[in-house]
Design a protein. Structure first.
Length: 469
């Protein structure tokens, strides 16, 4: 990488509230649906990385790392514990202090409004995203945030990984059963309306705001050059990428998706005004956050095949199950790519391919809002963590990102996952992503001390030289 990244490029790191903060049940906060489902099935969110009590120290580490931006999320059940009732002053104070500290350190906050943590109260009251009522309650939550923090925060992200909520059903309080397919598309429709309403409100309340969704995307490759497989790759791109992005940027359902939904009786209930809400020019995102971890490979599959929802590998021992959509595509392994211990395929060039695909179609600024690699890590006797594999992963992805920029794609920032170790969605502290190690395991909180990994010092150099390695 001989050349610097563009002037003003945002260099940061990302986290999310339920994976990082802890203080799950204190200072007025209530439980979210992920606090509850993860407790039962995966891992405990009560302390996480205890950022709630280490935020000042954590911001000092960000400053030392050289970050000029930081992506984090606000927990809805900390701000409005009932979901739709009174505002919790302690919640507002926590984020006001954090944002103040970031700004004092010249770190631009990039704030995610919703990162999977729906207040359990709203799930219990009316089924959460199943009900249209959520659009009003989400709008009110956004209003509270924009009023409290709008004068300090420029970059906003509405909803994180709407696409992946389909893949991990517990993120929507679903079981993953095929019979829920219809419900999922209905929830997705409500999320689209909530997203558009939030963006419009942001534009009205904060004229200088830059706001858009953060979506998990992969480029889709055909397993072979057989035309059937190439068509399957096209269909997967349409279903897993364009479907969401078209609704965000064009306000329309992709015709191929609509045909499929009609054929399988999955079309969500819509109201006459919905199209106006989705197509409102004020509701158009200013940018798109892209979470990129891996590419996907697909082959053709006959119409009569059963639908299979994707399933993560929790221990790494069992294989992941890719999605199968009858008649359209089936996800398969790519023998040309290495993978990590949980079978996530490593493909830096896939990032460049994806950026071109998205930018060609929508021509909007893009921000990498997640990218990174998880692994099992331990402290050495002299309190170091040698994570060369992370340095290689990020370095290789930055090279491709740089090439994409040279080739004309407008990328405004890079927020790797994650700034510091935190809970993995399905692997707790067994799978670490950070530049900073947090001294705890799933079973034992130890002392929660922070230690800089080798990648911390490497990334510090990258930021210092604006991307020249
Ligand atoms: C994304 C989520 C993050 C994060 C990341 C890594 O899908 O937005 O919240 O957890 O994936 O995934 P995992 O924790 O499952 O390894």
């Amino acid at each position: 990488m001989p050349e610097e990244f563009p002037d003003g490029f945002l260099w940061g790191g990302a986290t999310s509230a339920y994976q990082f903060e802890g203080e799950r049940d204190g200072d007025g906060k209530t439980r979210s649906i992920v606090d509850n489902s993860i407790n039962e099935n995966y891992t405990d969110t009560s302390v996480a990385s205890d950022h709630y009590h280490h935020w000042r120290e954590d911001v000092a580490l960000m400053k030392e790392l050289g970050m000029n931006s930081y992506r984090f999320s606000i927990a809805w059940p900390r701000i409005i514990p009932d979901g739709d009732g009174a505002v919790n002053p302690k919640g507002i104070k926590f984020y006001r202090d954090l944002i103040g500290e970031l700004l004092a350190a010249n770190i631009e906050p990039v704030v995610t409004i919703y990162h999977f943590d729906l207040p359990q109260a709203l799930q219990d009251k009316y089924g959460g995203w199943r009900s249209r009522q959520i659009i009003k309650d989400f709008d009110h939550y956004c209003y509270v945030l924009f009023k409290a923090f709008g004068h300090q925060v420029k970059y906003w992200l509405t909803i994180n990984e709407q696409s992946n909520m389909f893949a991990l059903p517990y993120l929507l309080n679903l079981s993953g059963d095929e019979s829920e397919e219809r419900v999922k598309f209905q929830m997705n429709h409500h999320m689209m309306l909530a997203n558009a309403t939030a963006i419009k409100r942001a534009h009205q309340m904060m004229p200088g705001a830059v706001i858009g969704p953060a979506i998990g995307l992969s480029p889709y490759y055909a397993l072979s050059a057989k035309p059937e497989d190439v068509l399957a790759a096209h269909k997967a791109t349409v279903f897993r990428n364009d479907f969401f992005n078209d609704l965000y940027f064009r306000g329309t359902y992709h015709p191929e998706v609509l045909n499929y939904l009609t054929e399988y009786d999955l079309v969500p209930q819509m109201q006459p005004n919905d199209q106006t809400i989705l197509m409102d020019p004020q509701a158009k995102p200013d940018y798109l956050g892209i979470n990129y971890y891996e590419s996907k490979t697909v082959r053709a599959v006959p119409t009569g095949t059963d639908y299979a929802a994707p399933r993560a590998s929790v221990t790494g021992k069992e294989m992941r199950v890719g999605e199968t959509r009858p008649g359209l595509y089936q996800e398969v392994e790519n023998s040309h790519l290495p993978s990590n211990a949980w079978h996530w395929e490593i493909d830096p060039m896939g990032l460049r391919i994806l950026l071109h695909q998205v930018y060609d179609r929508y021509q909007v600024p893009l921000m990498i809002t997640e990218n990174g690699i998880g692994g099992v890590e331990t402290l050495t006797a002299d309190k170091r963590v040698h994570d060369d594999y992370r340095i290689d992963f990020i370095s290789d992805h930055l090279k491709e990102l740089r090439l994409a920029i040279d080739e004309g794609v407008d990328v405004i920032g890079y927020e790797p996952w994650s700034f510091m170790d935190l809970l993995s969605t399905t692997n707790g502290f067994r799978k670490r992503y950070g530049f900073v190690y947090v001294n705890r395991t799933d079973e034992d909180l130890l002392d929660l001390k922070r230690y800089k990994k080798d990648s911390f010092y490497w990334y510090q150099q990258i930021i210092r030289s604006n991307g020249v390695s």
